[in-house]
Design a binder for this molecule. Structure first.
Ligand code: NGQ
Ligand code: ZN
Length: 452
């Protein structure tokens, strides 16, 4: 059992002062307002977020893809570089990179990650002795770093909507539905040694890479588990799905699957207003990755319309080109401002932009990850983050302005402490395993960088 005392805390019904949180068995056992200071004293306590979309391995190519390679570089030329990069990754590399990413996520204020995991096989496409070798490596990184894990093995069947074969660069991802079912079961075994907050879900890579039959099979593999899919990220993707089905990707998915609260639609940057409203009504989470979407030139999510219609959203760091929770939320709001030529686009009359962003991403991220968290409330996992309010920007600041100042004027260096299901990951801004993880990562990344 342990106690945290927060001078100010964001509770489900708003800000409260002198809040004592009692942790037991990884969960929040009791929340008391107006308490005397006992236990670990922090200045500001918030629910820690789930990072709802990540491909950890892409972290090691951050910064290496910003040069001109074609007449006009694009998402698709970046993808070619990404395929070239991943060709040489060993299981040891994948584990070393994942551990580094998880340390960085924790230090940014995330308590958990939903890892959209599609790099399954050996170079050339041969299977490892353990079909879920790579999943087991992600699990090992989670065990070493303590970050909460929602593991999402990804079905990837084909090179495009017309059923074309996988290209050489895609062979490491490929499975037919039967082998995928076996891999998914093996992944469950690989997660066995992880703590009780671990979740196994499922993902479909995209409507390009998964057949309608594959989609039915994977979405039905566990009716209680989260289902994620990359949807409508690029214009060329919309055109390809239109060509094959006569419908736009989000439109097609909403008509052909029972898209409800266990679904998370990643990106959804290309939607008509009708699709945006229909997605908001479905109860599914829109998984937004504003930093990566900007980096890859995806376009702008129709956020104001979606949020005003009651749509649920969360944020993820996707390519991990930069891992920063505050920047992810800032860019989500700023992209709306740039598109709409307005200000405070996601704010309501009662709640500031920072508050809407943070609370929305807290509850949406938890829903998308199938994780009982996202608020400081009894019974939920103790996923908590503490901020330092003693610096020049935050001295004397209260309420929603704390979140606005963190998100729009500061960065993740305000994060002092992070707990994931009660595990203490970060103290004084540093993850407990940072040194050992960084040493291993440094050697790995130096070697890999030569390939791009
Ligand atoms: C991925 N990334 O799977 O890593 C994709 C690129 C694709 C993003 N969608 C590959 N951001 O979509 O085919
Ligand atoms: Zn992605």
């Amino acid at each position: 059992m342990s106690l945290i005392h927060a001078k100010t805390a964001l509770l489900p019904d708003g800000w409260a002062q002198n809040v004592r949180v009692r942790l037991e068995g990884g969960r929040i056992a009791e929340v008391t307002r107006g308490a005397e200071p006992l236990g670990r004293v922090v200045q500001c306590l918030l629910p820690a977020l789930v990072n709802l979309h990540s491909h950890t391995f892409q972290r090691a190519m951050a910064g290496l893809t910003e040069k001109r390679t074609a007449g006009q570089d694009s998402f698709w030329t970046w993808r070619t570089l990404m395929y070239r990069f991943l060709e040489q990754l060993t299981p040891e590399d994948v584990e070393a990179i994942a551990a580094m990413v998880m340390v960085e996520m924790a230090e940014a204020g995330y308590a958990a990650v939903a890892e959209f995991h599609y790099l399954h096989h050996a170079p050339g496409g041969g299977v490892y002795a353990d079909l879920a070798e790579m999943s087991t490596r992600i699990a090992a990184a989670a065990a070493e770093t303590g970050l909460g894990l929602t593991h999402l093995p990804v079905l990837y069947e084909r090179g495009g909507c017309d059923g074309r074969a996988l290209t050489a660069g895609q062979r490491r991802f490929g499975n037919d539905p039967d082998r995928f079912a076996a891999l998914w079961e093996a992944a469950r075994q690989g997660l066995r040694s992880l703590p009780a907050d671990t979740v196994l879900g499922v993902a479909l890579h995209s409507l390009r890479a998964v057949s309608p039959a594959g989609l039915d099979m994977a979405a039905g593999i566990d009716r209680g588990a989260p289902v994620h899919i990359h949807v409508a990220e690029q214009m060329a993707e919309v055109a390809e799905v239109m060509d094959a089905t006569g419908q736009r990707p989000v439109e097609w998915l909403l008509r052909h699957q029972q898209v409800d609260t266990r679904w998370c639609l990643i990106h959804a940057t290309q939607m008509t207003p009708e699709e945006t409203l229909a997605l908001a009504r479905s109860g599914a989470v829109a998984g937004l990755c504003p930093i990566t979407e900007a980096n890859l030139g995806d376009g702008i999510f129709d956020g104001q319309r979606f949020v005003q219609a009651g749509g649920r959203f969360g944020v993820g760091s996707d390519s991990n080109v930069r891992i920063s929770l505050s920047e992810e939320l800032r860019l989500l709001e700023y992209s709306q401002r740039l598109g709409l030529k307005g200000r405070a686009c996601l704010a309501t009359t009662e709640r500031s932009a920072g508050r809407v962003l943070f609370e929305g991403a807290a509850t949406g991220g938890a829903q998308a990850a199938g994780r009982a968290s996202g608020a400081i409330a009894e019974g939920l996992w103790a996923d908590l983050v503490a901020l330092d309010l003693s610096g020049p920007d935050l001295m004397g600041v209260q309420g929603d302005t704390i979140l606005d100042t963190w998100i729009f004027a500061c960065d993740d260096r305000l994060v002092t402490d992070v707990w994931s299901a009660g595990r203490k990951l970060v103290t004084a801004g540093r993850h407990y395993a940072r040194d050992q993880v960084m040493q291993r990562y440094g050697a790995t990344a130096m070697r890999l960088r030569g390939s791009l």
